[in-house]
Design a protein around this ligand. Structure first.
Ligand SMILES: Nc1ncnc2c1ncn2[C@@H]1O[C@H](COP(=O)(O)OP(=O)(O)O)[C@@H](O)[C@H]1O
Ligand SMILES: [Mg+2]
Length: 248
């Protein structure tokens, strides 16, 4: 259980990016955070593993205060940033995925096992020895996810996972997200492109101006999206049943 309690965040320049946000996410839930640019999505997600410290309030992971136990939080909550390049550190795909588990001080056998598993899950095994420099946008995103999976976190946080991806890459990333969810991972992701993922989410949380305006299952939230600066999915606008972007 992730418990976000009265969370506020002000940046040093005085921008109040989050205002008293409270939300509980159950273990195994898939929650979508949406909202217009600047609504506070990235700021909120970065509190979940202690990357940012609250100005007020707190985030609890099964009762553990994240900002007081940041090193534990990092292993329990894996963060995939919007810009995958910011978290690609290795020369080759294999080295990059191995970087995290090696840093945890794991034995070589365990490092190898985790890298193989993460590359298989993200369908990158054929690129294992390719230079990270030559990967496509979609491959970089999958590599960022593989690097996080190798840390074996129970919760995955993905900030704008579909940004700058074409249709096939979006489907590939979405397939991975849905598979990880079905394996029991808790998943929190942000996007303003609700349509891409709405068929698979348990709840949608809507942010505007740093405030949590609304949270609930898609059927109750979709009619309110436009009022908060988020485009409703096509199926909703046309009165049709929800359609998935993938075949699962
Ligand atoms: N490092 C920073 N310093 C000052 N203001 C920031 C910083 N990062 C984000 N902000 C501001 O905080 C608000 C929320 O930003 P952000 O969390 O990035 O929103 P979103 O991810 O929804 O686009 C915006 O007004 C943004 O300009
Ligand atoms: Mg953002």
């Amino acid at each position: 259980m992730i418990s976000i309690e009265d969370l506020s965040h002000s940046y040093p320049d005085g921008t109040q990016a989050l205002k008293s946000v409270s939300l509980r996410v159950r273990s195994g839930e898939l929650v979508l955070f949406c909202g217009a640019n600047g609504s506070g999505k990235t700021t909120l997600l970065r509190h979940l593993n202690g990357l940012l410290k609250p100005t007020r309030g707190r985030v609890l992971l099964d009762g553990m205060d994240v900002s007081e136990h940041a090193s534990q939080a990092v292993t329990r909550v894996g963060m995939v940033f919007q810009d995958p390049d910011s978290q690609i550190l290795g020369e080759t795909v294999w080295e990059d995925v191995a970087f995290g588990p090696e840093n945890l001080g794991l034995a070589q056998d365990e490092v190898r096992r985790r890298v193989e598993q993460a590359l298989a899950l993200t369908e990158l095994h054929e690129l294992a020895h390719k230079s990270c420099l030559w990967l496509s946008g979609g491959e970089r995103k999958r590599l960022a996810i593989a690097g996080v999976l190798a840390l074996s976190p129970e919760t995955l946080v993905l900030d704008e996972p579909f940004a700058n991806l074409d249709y096939p890459s979006t489907r590939q990333i979405l397939t991975q997200i849905v598979q990880l969810h079905s394996k029991g991972h808790t998943i929190l992701l942000s996007t303003h492109e609700v349509e891409k993922v709405v068929a698979h989410v348990d709840r949608i949380a809507v942010l505007a101006g740093g405030e949590l305006k609304l949270v609930g299952p898609p059927e109750t939230v979709l009619p309110e999206l436009a009022a908060h600066g988020v485009r409703p999915p096509c199926h909703h606008l046309m009165g049709l049943p929800v359609a998935s972007w993938i075949n699962i």
